[in-house]
Ligand binder design. Structure first.
Ligand code: GDP
Length: 138
């Protein structure tokens, strides 16, 4: 269980041409790609994916950002995948993200922060099921 996490390369990073750079850094950090797709979230998808934030003031902005263009979804495998990937992406706010982290390198703001990573093993499983069927996992 503790060896999988779900990544999304968010619309800002796709628009800015960072898919290749991000996948390169993710694999160089030891993550193995178990599933991968370019897709676009509908409003309903985004509202459901981020349901935990539905009462937050930024929810509308978050849903409109996450649906405005394609994203890359990936299921990643590594020992301690969830916490190691959170370390690789850095703090939610890129201004506070450590040097060399994906958000420091590619994010532009607190909202448009380039990459999503699951925050628990339980959510990694739910988010993997959200994006990938069994036959899309390798
Ligand atoms: P994460 O786990 O680091 O992605 O952060 P959270 O779970 O707290 O928030 C989920 C996502 O909501 C973040 O990655 C941002 O894209 C967005 N978000 C969080 N805080 C803000 C905010 O203050 N303003 C806006 N516009 N978006 C935010």
């Amino acid at each position: 269980m503790a060896h999988l996490t779900l990544m999304m390369i968010k619309p800002d990073a796709v628009e800015n041409g960072h898919i290749g750079n991000i996948l390169e850094k993710v694999t160089a950090a030891g993550f193995k790609i178990k599933a991968l797709k370019l897709t676009q979230l509908t409003q309903r998808d985004a509202e459901s994916f981020y349901a935990v934030h539905s009462e937050r003031p930024f929810f509308g902005e978050l849903v409109s950002f996450m649906t405005r263009g394609p994203i890359v979804a990936a299921l990643l495998e590594k020992e301690n995948a969830v916490s190691d990937f959170r370390t690789l992406i850095g703090a939610t706010n890129p201004a506070e993200a450590a040097e060399g982290t994906l958000r420091k390198l590619y994010a532009t703001s607190m909202g448009e922060n380039a990459v999503h990573g699951s925050d628990s093993d339980e959510n990694a499983m739910l988010e993997a099921a959200f994006h990938f069927s069994e036959r899309e996992r390798f």
